[in-house]
Design a protein around this ligand. Structure first.
Ligand SMILES: Nc1nc2c(ncn2[C@@H]2O[C@H](COP(=O)(O)OP(=O)(O)OP(=O)(O)O)[C@@H](O)[C@H]2O)c(=O)[nH]1
Ligand SMILES: Nc1nc2c(ncn2[C@@H]2O[C@H](COP(=O)(O)OP(=O)(O)OP(=O)(O)O)[C@@H](O)[C@H]2O)c(=O)[nH]1
Ligand SMILES: [Mg+2]
Ligand SMILES: [Mg+2]
Lengths: 275, 299
């Protein structure tokens, strides 16, 4: 856009390319294209886009679940998402983050299905210096979550992180299983889970919006963890999710190490999105 | 369910005897929306729509045998639908030959971004080859991810295929030892499961080069998640520029993502899609068929 004199058709064309290339929802891309068109001159386009994107993201702040009304410890966080998105790794890093804040943490290995899922989480638990509650491979995931909450109550733990198996939203039986896990947690501790984090791979396209809808229907997602933002994908789809499903981004994953999970910075994000 | 574009075509082209720029405008606009929602890259969408328009405008009157053997004209909207399918099938590439089981030593390398399904695809590929009469060897060349080796060992045990692991903390060395081991035992395909990596990560891309040097692959397969968005083009190009790619494995097609990224990857790299994965169980690997993916992308 630099050095362009006016917002001619060719420039708008390139802006359209940019917007669609950022994986924004089709609706959101059109919204922003309108903003770009009304910007008046090319050098004002970027700041207008960034401002509008920030507006969209901040509109989701303060939605129910962002400030868990906790009756007291433990706070229970359920981590969900499609296969391979980064849930197990996220749980490990969330545990580490909580520990730096002096919290006592327990992790529940509720992925009882996938090969070596429990072993993988065990390594992360060790790295984060927290304890792992596990069941037997192939066992009932809801039972593991239940045991973890029970143990947390007994030991005065501050935070319980529940890792679940990856699942595609097209598998109704698996989505029902997730609803059951959440319900069982709630039975053990009314009000729990206090947060439900959907881990989303930043490389995901439009399907992310469907994931947000469907997982929300099953377990009421309260926040998104945008993983793999250290790659070349910009994760623009969270704008579409903010507009269409109203879920805020809470954390971003920027690598595979123990310290590579940070709180979401909306301003930094929109700057990078329309760099 | 008909995609909006095809429905639009039916409405616009009803009772019309020939295509025109005018009556094609709306149907093409709807197809455009549909493709953008399917994650097809904008440039690809434009090329595709132009090609479809040319096919329609340049096509001859088509006849088919209808009821009572009468020769009937194919409706314009049917022709429009057909033009869309044919153009997309052509772009996706005719059904590429799957990786066929055959006796004799060879090395297959699986690579790609984190979490795309390489480890599970390696096991599925091994089962496919074993069913075809081969004695494959799975190689746990991911020395980075926690419990990756254990994951492949469990999968290998499930399908009763040997898994080579250890011998070194260096991925390239593990692969070199594995190939030697396979040669000793007279095994057939050696399948290297590598760690997920970013195409922009210099250290890990170097590791891939060293693995390829230590165990020269006869076939390198890029494993891609069907739900990828527009970045698929850059990612695929990034890998293709560093390694010669012989095929693509598209995973998680049991989801409801339309898979438009596959078209972009194919166009950007020319790499044929060899397999699709449609589930977590080890037998859920199928040879690629353009027709199926074309109708999925078009919605
Ligand atoms: N580069 C990068 N890789 C990540 C990030 N988060 C996770 N990963 C990698 O993504 C891959 C998948 O991570 P997992 O934590 O196993 O994902 P998952 O959602 O638990 O997977 P399933 O349980 O199989 O559904 C691993 O190789 C991780 O190291 C991130 O922020 N950046
Ligand atoms: N539903 C479904 N899940 C799949 C498919 N292919 C792989 N998965 C799942 O996706 C997740 C990631 O698969 P992996 O094989 O661990 O992926 P990977 O590429 O080896 O991951 P990294 O080694 O961390 O890069 C696992 O939960 C698999 O079971 C598929 O076709 N359908
Ligand atoms: Mg996991
Ligand atoms: Mg792997």
């Amino acid at each position: 856009l630099h050095g362009r004199r006016e917002l001619d058709a060719k420039t708008l064309d390139e802006i359209e390319n940019l917007l669609f290339g950022a994986d924004l929802g089709v609706r959101t891309a059109d919204d922003l294209l309108g903003i770009a068109r009304d910007a008046g001159s090319p050098d004002r386009v970027k700041e207008r886009l960034q401002a509008r994107a920030l507006e969209i993201l901040q509109a989701t702040e303060g939605e129910p679940g962002s400030d868990p009304e906790c009756g007291g410890p433990p706070r229970v966080v359920l981590v969900v998402g499609v296969n391979g998105s980064g849930k197990t790794t996220t749980v490990g890093r969330l545990a580490a983050l909580a520990r730096t804040r002096g919290e006592r943490v327990l992790i529940a290995a509720a992925d009882t299905f996938r090969a070596a899922a429990i072993d993988q989480l065990a390594v992360w638990a060790e790295r984060a210096g927290v304890e792992l509650v596990r069941g037997s491979p192939g066992g009932d995931p809801a039972a593991v979550a239940f045991d973890a909450v029970e143990a947390a109550l007994a030991r005065g733990v501050d935070l319980v992180l529940v890792d679940t198996a990856g699942r595609l939203q097209t598998h109704a039986g698996l989505m029902d299983e997730l609803t059951k896990i959440s319900r069982v947690i709630g039975r053990k501790l009314p009000g729990a889970p206090h947060e439900v984090l959907l881990v989303l791979d930043a490389n995901t396209g439009q399907n992310a919006i469907r994931q947000a809808h469907e997982f929300s229907r099953a377990v009421g997602v309260t926040g998104i963890v945008l993983a793999k933002l250290d790659g070349t994908a910009k994760g623009g789809v969270v704008l579409g999710i903010a507009q269409e499903v109203g879920i805020p981004v809470r954390f971003v994953g920027i690598g595979e190490g123990l310290r590579d999970l940070c709180e979401f910075d909306a301003e930094a994000f929109v700057r990078a999105l329309f760099a | 369910t008909l995609t909006r574009g095809f429905r639009e075509a039916r409405d616009r082209l009803r009772g019309v005897t020939s295509f025109s720029e005018d009556n094609l405008a709306e149907p093409l606009r709807e197809i455009r929306m549909s493709l953008l929602e399917a994650d097809v890259d904008l440039t690809e969408v434009r090329t595709f729509l132009d090609a479809v328009k040319q096919r329609c405008l340049g096509s001859e009157v088509a006849l088919r045998t209808g009821k009572r053997g009468k020769r009937q004209r194919v409706s314009l909207s049917d022709r429009f639908t057909k033009a869309c399918y044919e153009e997309l099938c052509q772009l996706l590439g005719a059904d590429a030959e799957e990786v066929a089981p055959r006796r004799g030593a060879r090395t297959l390398m699986l690579l790609g971004l984190q979490g795309t399904g390489k480890t599970s695809s390696a096991a599925k590929l091994a089962l496919h080859l074993k069913k075809g009469g081969e004695r494959p060897l799975l190689v746990a060349a991911d020395v980075h991810r926690p419990a990756a080796i254990e994951q492949l060992r469990v999968l290998g045990a499930e399908i009763e295929v040997e898994v080579f692991h250890g011998g070194s903390s260096d991925a390239a060395e593990v692969c070199r030892l594995a190939v030697a081991h396979a040669a000793e035992r007279g095994l057939d395909s050696v399948i290297l499961d590598t760690a997920g990596r970013l195409q922009i990560d210099e250290n890990l891309m170097d590791e891939l080069d060293r693995i390829a040097e230590a165990a020269p692959p006869d076939l390198s397969l890029l494993v891609c998640d069907a739900m990828m968005g527009r970045e698929a083009v850059n990612v695929a190009r990034g890998f293709a520029e560093r390694r010669r790619l012989d095929g693509l494995v598209l995973t998680k097609l049991d989801g409801d993502s339309r898979g438009g990224a596959a078209l972009a990857i194919r166009q950007a790299t020319g790499v044929p899609i060899r397999f699709i994965s449609v589930g977590e169980a080890p037998d859920r690997l199928e040879p690629f068929q353009a027709e199926g993916l074309a109708s999925r992308i078009l919605g």
